[in-house]
Design a protein around this ligand. Structure first.
Ligand SMILES: Cc1cc2nc3c(=O)[nH]c(=O)nc-3n(C[C@H](O)[C@H](O)[C@H](O)COP(=O)(O)OP(=O)(O)OC[C@H]3O[C@@H](n4cnc5c(N)ncnc54)[C@H](O)[C@@H]3O)c2cc1C
Ligand SMILES: NC(=O)c1ccc[n+]([C@@H]2O[C@H](COP(=O)([O-])OP(=O)(O)OC[C@H]3O[C@@H](n4cnc5c(N)ncnc54)[C@H](O)[C@@H]3O)[C@@H](O)[C@H]2O)c1
Length: 444
């Protein structure tokens, strides 16, 4: 690479959109730097996936004990402050661990806020660094409602650090974070009200399955208000009053603003040097190259149709690693990317959505009640459905499930979709028995 610069590749941000690619890239002998203004590792390890799933861990256990009542007799109690401590124990070492991997592989970490001064120069904490190629991987931050009293609301990171769980919580929005955190807060004993923007929750998921999750949460005491039209928040002694639906109010101890996440594109100097972006993120071509040829983007900050998830960010940073190492010159070709919402039951999906398949005669949608499978009766699951989409040659091209094991089912079915397995190839894949893998495979 050109040695007139300090680095061959410099990344802005140290999340999965960066480190899964930056580490092996440096291992291949390229001079690599990473600029990070916060915790090394970014959102997923520190305030996203890993933190969330640790808080969620007791919830499916509680549900399983509930399903096995009579066989398992003792009631269980979930302890919030112990779970938050446990979460801290699980995740607090991750920034140092990831920083160690970066360092051991020769990546230079520059701490501070990075800003582009020109197409090859970044300023960090009063110093400058130059690079032949720059990757913007600055991720997303919580969207905040622009209404009076919005400073009284909190975000998902603050929720996961609460030392005590508030008795009454209002959650605004009905996406991933809203439904996952409503599930957790309800299981740990909070009274939860979800104030929805419109009529639908989890818009990208099969709506009959989503409605089942809402009905189950309602049965457990979560209150959902559709088209709530939240107008403002007001402080009254220790409580926050949420004003919604013109003249209605609810008084709570804590408000979670879960109205989405927006790209970190401001104050990076992008406009001045010609990197184009819009409200959905940085605009790139099929090589993840921005409108400035030596500047690329990776991870959540990209404008893209793929889900903004950790596996997508890992795939992109790995693609860029191969591109920069000269191991490929091809356009990025995304595989089937699955997504799951960690409610209880979970909802997960991959490939062609059921609604799209139903519009086209070339596809067949097969619906299954998963409880018909004896294995699902072992733990007395109370509900589970899936919908599988096949093409005319009986290739599986889409799958969605709502059940306690939805994520494992979709993981098991993934190879059939991504590798377009033919029936005779499906036969040759033998799963351990009895497991969720074998139970799912029987459906193909
Ligand atoms: C509550 C929550 C739960 C989630 N759960 C899941 C899940 O279960 N499964 C899943 O797949 N995904 C989940 N996600 C999404 C996942 O966390 C993201 O897709 C992933 O972290 C994206 O990685 P990234 O590298 O693109 O961005 P990030 O991880 O956000 O990293 C961007 C980094 O850039 C840094 N940065 C920003 N601006 C600058 C600057 N100017 N200079 C220097 N550094 C800068 C930030 O500090 C940050 O560390 C969750 C997200 C949240 C918020
Ligand atoms: N399990 C997972 O993989 C997981 C979990 C959490 C977060 N994430 C990632 O983080 C992203 C952000 O999650 P999220 O739940 O914040 O976003 P989201 O896009 O999933 O949901 C946002 C919700 O807010 C609502 N909304 C938008 N504007 C509003 C307004 N003005 N008033 C009221 N409601 C409004 C939307 O209708 C939607 O229901 C996800 O899209 C996903 O990429 C993933």
């Amino acid at each position: 690479m050109e040695n007139k610069y300090d680095y061959d590749v410099l990344y802005l941000g140290s999340g999965h959109g960066t480190f899964d690619g930056a580490i092996p890239l440096a291992g291949k002998g390229l001079k690599v730097a990473v600029v990070e203004s916060g915790l090394i590792g970014g959102t997923c390890p520190n305030r996203g996936c890993n933190a969330k799933i640790t808080l969620d861990a007791p919830v499916p256990l509680q549900r399983q004990v509930e399903d096995l009542q009579g066989i398992v007799t003792s009631p269980i109690t979930l302890n919030w402050s112990e779970t938050v401590k446990h979460k801290h124990d699980v995740i607090s070492g991750l920034p140092a661990f990831i920083a160690g991997l970066l360092k051991d592989n020769g990546v230079t970490v520059l701490h501070g806020r990075g800003k582009l001064l020109d197409r090859h120069t970044v300023s960090v904490g009063g110093q400058t660094a130059t690079a032949a190629k720059i990757v913007i991987a600055t991720g997303l931050r919580p969207h905040r409602l622009n209404i009076p009293g919005s400073e009284l609301a909190h975000d998902s990171s603050e929720f996961m650090d609460l030392k005590e769980l508030p008795a009454k919580i209002a959650i605004i929005g009905a996406g991933y974070i809203s439904l996952e955190f409503a599930t957790i807060a309800n299981a740990f004993g909070s009274e939860v009200i979800v104030l929805m923007h419109g009529q639908k929750a989890l818009r990208k998921f099969h709506q009959p399955f989503v409605e089942h999750i809402i009905a189950d949460l309602e049965k457990r005491g979560v209150h959902f208000v559709r088209s709530a039209n939240v107008a403002y928040f007001e402080k009254k002694e220790a409580e926050t009053i949420v004003h919604y639906a013109n003249d209605r109010t609810v008084s709570v101890n804590w408000v979670l603003d879960a109205t989405g996440r927006i790209p970190n594109v401001e104050d990076l100097g992008l406009k001045d040097i010609g990197v184009k972006y819009d409200k959905d993120g940085i605009i790139v071509n099929d090589h993840l190259q921005t409108t400035v040829p030596n500047i690329y983007a990776s991870g959540d900050v990209l404008k893209k149709s793929q889900p903004k998830l950790t596996p997508t960010a890992i795939f992109e940073s790995t693609y860029l690693m191969h591109l920069f190492a000269g191991e490929t010159s091809s356009a990025i070709s995304y595989p089937a990317i699955p997504s799951v919402v960690f409610t209880s039951p979970r909802i997960a999906r991959v490939g062609l959505p059921v609604e799209k398949a139903a519009e086209n005669d070339d596809y067949t949608v097969v619906k299954n009640n998963v409880l018909d499978n004896w294995y699902r009766q072992v733990t007395r699951e109370t509900f589970g459905e899936n919908a599988l989409v096949f093409d005319k040659s009986h290739h599986l091209i889409g799958a969605t499930e709502v059940s306690e094991h939805a994520e494992d089912v979709i993981n098991s079915l993934l190879p059939a979709i991504e590798l377009k397995l033919k029936p005779e190839q499906i036969e040759r894949l033998i799963h351990l028995f009895p497991t969720i893998g074998s139970a799912s495979w029987e459906l193909l």
